[in-house]
Design a protein around this ligand. Structure first.
Ligand SMILES: *[C@@H]1O[C@H](CO)[C@@H](O)[C@H](O)[C@H]1NC(C)=O
Length: 284
């Protein structure tokens, strides 16, 4: 007995030193488990989310949790655009470590019966997302004439968008340079809340992180971890879906296009921290 009690303190000292070393390792302050054994994550400066998912794109299949839009046509001509656009599964591939979302080049939508430009889209299975921090690591195609981006959507009045407009001649790219647009769509039928950042020169060759934080009180938009815009008006309050897409409808005031050559948006990784209305928790 006497011997044991004299050994014990030195063991505790050793363990204590080990713990000190572990805590001294660098931490990712953006992503910390709130409690051991819980899915909850604390996102610094934003809050706690009960769900998280990280999607990467090894192999050739879309990871569980994401789906491809197929045969979904958006009737932009009803709103005055030259063409409609239609999301087809054939324009989405998982290849070379990327989710690849394409608008095929050289389309002649005027010759198709529905005047639709073929495009691509992916969305979350979960349609009950209510508040989130979503980061998309992607390379956008600089082929002029598409809109590439990631967005939250419930309806046209409950929507948050990050959209890269690749065509320098788009009237929305007010500086005459391809730009990234950060937008809350109007929640009350009024004006959207929107602004733009001229795209990094290497947007087409280097992965950048495009991030939206959405809470009850605000949306905040980040490029490579640097805050670009924060809005406290037109903040959606209803649950919906997260999507990624690449499309065009020929509208000179927005997407322009269709593109002369293949436009391929390449997503390396998606990280999502989010709450849902179902109250279910998951972390993958
Ligand atoms: C997410 O839900 C949890 C549990 O209800 C809540 O404590 C937390 O504040 C919510 N996060 C945000 C950003 O609203």
């Amino acid at each position: 007995m006497f011997c044991f009690s004299s050994i014990l303190p030195s063991l505790l000292l050793t363990l204590g030193a080990g713990v000190e070393v572990a805590h001294a390792l660098p931490r990712n302050t953006l992503d910390q488990r709130a409690a051991a054994g819980s899915c909850s994550r604390y996102v610094a400066g934003v809050g706690t989310f009960t769900n998280s998912a990280t999607y990467t794109f090894a192999g050739s299949a879309l990871p569980a949790g994401l789906h491809v839009s197929d045969g979904v046509e958006i009737k932009d001509r009803n709103n005055g655009a030259p063409y409609n656009h239609i999301f087809k599964a054939s324009n989405v591939a998982v290849k070379d470590g990327y989710l690849q979302v394409k608008v095929p080049g050289g389309q002649n939508p005027g010759s198709s019966s529905d005047y639709a430009i073929s495009a691509g889209e992916v969305f979350t299975d979960d349609s009950g997302i209510l508040y989130a921090s979503v980061r998309t690591h992607a390379i956008f195609s600089t082929v002029p004439g598409t809109v590439q981006g990631t967005f939250f959507y419930k309806s046209d009045t409950q929507e948050i968008d990050i959209e890269y407009l690749s065509d320098p001649t788009s009237q929305a790219n007010t500086g005459g340079q391809p730009s990234i647009h950060w937008t809350n769509q109007p929640t009350n039928g009024g004006q959207s809340t929107t602004s733009l950042t001229v795209a990094p020169a290497n947007i087409g060759t280097v992965e950048h992180e495009y991030r939206v934080d959405w809470t009850k009180g605000y949306t905040a938009f980040y490029l490579d971890g640097v805050l670009q815009k924060k809005y406290t008006v037109n903040v959606p309050s209803q649950p919906g879906t997260w999507l990624w897409n690449n499309w065009a409808n020929g509208d000179k005031a927005w997407s322009a296009g269709p593109p002369a050559k293949d436009s391929v948006m390449k997503v390396r990784k998606i990280e999502m921290y989010y709450n849902t209305t179902s109250g279910a928790t998951s972390c993958t």
